[in-house]
Design a protein around this ligand. Structure first.
Ligand code: NAD
Ligand code: MG
Ligand code: MG
Ligand code: MG
Ligand code: ZN
Length: 454
């Protein structure tokens, strides 16, 4: 390392220690979020930031440093820990906090995450995808002409659904299951894309007829941009294309919601990527709809693994940011939300970014709040058109809010009680929650459910 680099680093450490001595929580948090190795640094006489914050009685800085994983057992050149220092200078609450076994650190604020998988709406897998069959053209073709095979139909990415008359008040929608003869005409049209979804898991459908060939009931989905109503042979009333999919897709039953998210995301990819993104040439649909192969000889997309050939999934972090006091959470609203709704902050993960860093960046960008520990909770495929919402809890290490008005309209800390009211009191609450099928709702409920005595 050159002397210039050395002095730049020394200067940064000195500044960090100075902020800790003066109790500047925002500056300390921002520096840690950029250079976490600062937590290990010490200055004159081996004093760390934790020791300096303890010396000067800055409880919030001590907490933030510990939440970020600072080692409280380090000693200075006089052999004192941060705890010894806090005690010596009479900051009893800090000494008590440092001697407690770190309860108020990560585990204290975050609900415990018992490693069970948390199921969200859209996440249930009703079908076995059988990806090995996607290249078996003979098998796919036999299944497409089998009378047991189920076809679901989309028009401009809206699924054809049906509802029972007695359920009309609060309709639970079902996918309309077409047989091969009903969709024959539509499949033959040149703009129609057909994809293979999978086969029914045997245990899910004990009453279904069993296919004669191999006992597997295959499902296919198709999308067309020309209204297919005339050519489809529909035998029931109360059946229609589900236009304005959001929020109406949330009325699907849970088993079929998982099928729709798979089908709609892949079909949306086909409708947006008609040509090769590498050379602009024509492509053909391969692998049961899970690949588009460029037809231009020598195209770079044909060499090695090329991700433009495969359907895309866009990872999005969505996070419930918890206040360091463990009793409030940060929610925000976009201008486009219906009046009164506040939700978890969210944002697309960028290339080369971890889930944790995306959470920290998006929260800082949108609300100005610095985040320390991040814990994964659950995820949700989201068919608008192909996001994977990655739900996390995160602990704030600074609490002042400065909203980026380009992204969101408002962000606030809500108390546990306000959140409980929003969940149970509806109109009398100070704000509204997103619908129960959204992972934002799930995260909030999970936080309340685990930590409260409800
Ligand atoms: N904010 C919420 O409460 C919430 C809740 C549920 C679902 N979602 C979904 O999460 C997604 C991301 O949230 P956000 O809009 O706040 O993200 P964001 O904060 O990253 O901001 C969105 C902006 O990011 C850019 N962007 C970067 N990568 C993109 C990509 N792959 N696709 C589209 N735009 C991209 C675009 O300019 C876009 O306007 C949205 O699609 C939204 O439907 C958000
Ligand atoms: Mg953002
Ligand atoms: Mg956002
Ligand atoms: Mg973003
Ligand atoms: Zn190409």
């Amino acid at each position: 390392m050159t002397s210039v680099q050395m002095s730049a680093k020394d200067e940064m450490v000195e500044q960090f220690l100075d902020y800790a001595s003066r109790g500047d929580l925002a500056k300390v948090s921002t520096m840690i979020s950029h250079y976490s190795q600062l937590l290990k640094e010490s200055g004159r006489q081996g004093w760390t930031a934790l020791m300096l914050a303890a010396r000067h009685g800055h409880f919030d800085v001590v907490k933030a440093l510990l939440l970020n994983g600072c080692n409280k057992d380090l000693v200075n050149k006089s052999g004192q820990t941060a705890h010894d220092i806090a005690k010596f200078w009479g900051h009893r609450h800090i000494a008590r906090f440092l001697s407690s076994s770190g309860d108020v650190t990560l585990q204290g604020v975050l609900p415990s995450n018992k490693s069970r998988e948390n199921e969200t709406f859209f996440s249930r897998e009703y079908l076995n995808r059988m990806s090995d069959k996607r290249t078996d053209l003979e098998w796919l073709s036999a299944k497409q002409s089998s009378p047991e095979t189920v076809f679901i139909v989309f028009y401009n990415l809206d699924p054809f659904v049906t509802t029972e008359p007695e359920e009309m008040k609060q309709p639970k929608l079902k996918l309309y299951r077409f047989g091969k003869d009903s969709v024959k005409e539509v499949i033959e049209k040149s703009d129609t894309v057909v994809i293979f979804l999978g086969v029914e898991k045997q245990e899910c459908s004990p009453s279904s007829p069993v296919s004669k060939e191999d006992g597997l009931i295959a499902w296919f989905a198709l999308n067309t941009n020309n209204n297919p109503t005339e050519s489809l042979k529909v035998t029931t009333s109360n059946s229609f294309f589900l236009t304005r999919p959001m929020p109406r897709l949330l009325m699907l039953n849970e088993d079929e919601a998982g099928i729709v998210v798979q089908a709609r995301s892949v079909l949306a990819w086909h409708s947006r990527y008609s040509f090769c993104p590498t050379c602009g040439g024509e492509t053909k649909v391969d692998e049961g709809g899970y690949k588009r192969t460029c037809l231009t000889e020598g195209c770079r997309s044909l060499q090695g693994i090329d991700n433009t050939c495969y359907p895309r999934v866009d990872p999005v972090v969505i996070m419930l940011v918890l206040h360091p006091d463990g009793n409030q959470c940060l929610l925000g609203r976009k201008k486009t939300f219906p009046p009164g709704i506040f939700s978890c902050l969210a944002g697309f993960i960028e290339p080369g970014e971890t889930i944790e860093n995306a959470v920290r960046r998006e929260v800082l960008e949108e609300s100005g709040v610095a985040v320390g520990p991040v814990q994964y909770v659950s995820c949700q495929p989201w068919p608008m058109p192909s996001s994977l919402m990655i739900g996390c809890f995160a602990v704030a290490v600074s609490t002042d809010i400065k909203v980026d008005e380009n992204e969101i309209e408002d962000a606030r800390w809500f108390t546990r009680q306000e959140v409980i009211d929003a969940l149970v009191k509806g109109n009398q609450a100070v704000f509204f929650m997103p619908p129960k099928q959204a992972i934002a709702h799930y995260l909030v409920k999970h936080w309340i459910g685990i930590n409260s005595n409800l």
